[in-house]
Ligand binder design. Structure first.
Ligand SMILES: *Cc1c(COP(=O)(O)O)cnc(C)c1O
Length: 439
């Protein structure tokens, strides 16, 4: 049931008026970011690379931060509120007493939730007179979202795209170019860090770590340019909380409330976006909802990583962040869910997992693609390989409810569609997928 269909689209009054900041509600104080010498990072340290308002939000301890009305209009025009759909045919096929709902972010123009923060970041940068944004992208989901953000607010965007992806996944590159972004295969000759890598290895396939170094250096060395990040940081997770606030309202309108809320986790932004408004109710003792964070066994940050300070990038250029990490040198096996191959985790989510408020599970990709294919045949939507991890956990939860003969309301985030990720499905259907785990 698409409840957005019950009213006129592009209705700004249906867009939340503020983002929810979980930081003041956490069960322990959020440890600060540190410089390599152990000193705390101060807001002004980040000014060469981020817009001032985004830095303010990053350090904010306010519970709610207002969404500017221009940005609420943009959210409405892009298709928010996104639909909350009851997966009735999936329920029937599973023969489960569970009610299964999903929040579908794949209707956003770039195909995932990432535009929710890309639009906000472009908006604030444009407001502060920034002319150009740089970022990195692996598979291209984040790069295409920021490219659209730049197009909407009149900013130039340069995306450093990991060279192997640039060569092997041309469609995301084309998408970014259609939106007017400049896409540079990384490592490149345009930065010192890129040139240093190319001197050592002229055929370097690149990595997300190298691309981050290039994008940060580009922003730091150009007066009119700032850098944008698509996950992990507080302000990025904050922007995604429109998802959960909408879902809470939509569930209430349907007369239901979830017992279990599920999301896939790379850096944690779509998971936080859906769950944090519901977690708030648990932290205040008003609800006893269960939360399941799903990751791949190939990059088991929460289930096998450790909690400590670590760098956000593999080159070690970013500040030290207190988080679950597999180590910033960790190179995950090349699974199809490219957006879940990150070594670290958002600090706020780290604390919630540490305190047992969020439970973490890991699945191998063959099981994930099997669940996603089952879901596609039931509901029609082909999930992004990342989102498919949440699908798998939702199906398992529904089957457990059936075994236990208990009715449960499940809500999961279908963070994106997989129409530009069909290679993964092709490999799955051909029996060519392999499950790799770190040793
Ligand atoms: C990038 C991405 C993810 C993983 O990133 P998070 O910050 O953990 O949300 C998940 N799903 C989709 C569709 C993505 O594009």
């Amino acid at each position: 049931m698409d409840i957005r269909g019950l009213r006129a689209p592009q209705d700004v009054s249906q867009i939340p008026t503020s983002w929810y900041n979980i930081v003041p509600d956490l069960p322990e104080q959020l440890p600060p970011m540190l410089k390599p010498n152990g000193e705390e990072v101060r807001p002004e340290d980040l000014e060469p690379i981020f817009a001032k308002e985004l830095i303010r939000q990053e350090f904010s301890r306010e519970e709610y931060i207002g969404i500017p009305s221009k940005l609420r209009e943009t959210y409405a025009r892009l298709g928010r509120p996104t639909p909350l759909i009851r997966a009735r045919r999936l329920e029937e096929l599973l023969d489960t007493p569970a009610r299964i709902y999903y929040k579908y972010e794949g209707v956003m123009p770039t195909g995932s939730h990432k535009i929710n923060t890309a639009a906000a970041q472009a908006y604030y940068n444009a407001l502060e007179g920034v002319k150009r944004l740089t970022t990195e992208t692996g598979a291209g989901q984040w790069g295409s979202a920021l490219a659209l953000g730049g197009a909407l607010y009149g900013l130039k965007v340069r995306v450093y795209m990991v060279r192997v992806s640039y060569e092997q996944k041309p469609y995301r590159k084309v998408m970014m170019q259609v939106y007017g972004a400049e896409v540079i295969p990384s490592p490149s000759e345009l930065t010192q860090s890129g040139r240093a890598v190319l001197r050592e290895d002229p055929d370097s396939p690149g990595s997300l770590g190298i691309a981050i170094s290039e994008a940060v250096e580009d922003a730091a060395t150009h007066e009119d340019t700032k850098y944008s990040l698509g996950s992990v940081l507080n302000h990025v997770l904050l922007h995604q909380t429109v998802i959960g606030q909408e879902a809470m309202k939509q569930m209430k309108e349907l007369g239901d409330y979830p017992d279990v809320v599920i999301g896939a986790v790379g850096g944690g932004s779509n998971f936080a976006g859906l769950t944090y408004p519901f977690i708030r109710e648990v932290l205040r003792g008003r609800e006893s909802t269960e939360f399941i964070a799903v990751e791949p066994t190939a990059a088991p940050t929460m289930t096998r990583g450790e909690i400590r300070y670590d760098h956000g990038d593999s080159a070690g250029l970013t500040p030290l962040i207190y988080m679950y990490t597999l180590g910033h040198k960790f190179v995950p096996p090349p699974i199809h869910a490219g957006g879940l191959r990150y070594h670290g985790l958002a600090p706020t989510l780290t604390i919630l997992v540490k305190h047992g408020i969020v439970k973490a599970v890991a699945y191998p990709q063959t099981e994930v693609f099997k669940a996603a294919t089952y879901f596609a045949r039931a509901e029609g939507i082909i999930p992004a390989p990342e989102s498919a991890h949440a699908v798998k956990a939702a199906i398992d939860t529904a089957l457990r409810a059936k075994e236990e003969g208990r009715s449960t309301t499940i809500l999961f985030n279908l963070s994106g569609h997989g129409l530009l990720d069909l290679k993964g499905y092709d490999d799955y259907l051909a029996g060519k997928l392999v499950d790799a785990e770190p040793g």
